[in-house]
Design a protein. Sequence first.
Length: 169
Amino acid sequence: AKMRSKKNIFLPHLVASMEEVQETYIMVKPDGLQRGLVGEIISRFEKKGFKLTGLKLFQCPKQLAEEHYKDLKAKPFFPKLIEYITSGPVVCMAWEGVGVVASARKLIGVTNPLQAEPGTIRGDLAVQTGRNVVHGSDSPENGKREIALWFTEDEICQWTPAQAPWLRE
Ligand code: ADP
């Protein structure tokens, strides 16, 4: 579905992932939407210089929430997590950029908002793990998996931002 720089396909595996064009799934959780933080959260990634390739408001069905968080199925908080994610609409986003997966996790901050650094989304805007306003993929593989899970192929748009030559030499 996505265009990828041909160059990257041939990069040796030793090249740090921070040098690759990646995609990541970012989601404003229902609390972020209810609290009026959608614009603020989108803005953090937009201002940083990443490229938005998918965006929609969506009421997540239980089955999709369970698939998205399947690695956490055994956790005691799993039922509450599914209830939380399906409690209202979420804002689904696909973002693309060099090193975007790790960088987005840094912009988001650690899982517990009280421990998240000021300046991060969770550090600035949230107080509890169970209401931490935003999701970001934790690996390039999960970025791909989650975008495929939340978006259909025709919902992902490829475009060239006018600012591209002012972001990377
Ligand atoms: P992250 O979202 O930072 O990658 P995890 O993958 O560990 O964190 O957990 C996924 C989500 O599950 C968290 O963002 C949070 O909403 C919820 N969660 C994690 N741990 C807890 C917990 N101890 N209590 C309640 N909810 C939790």
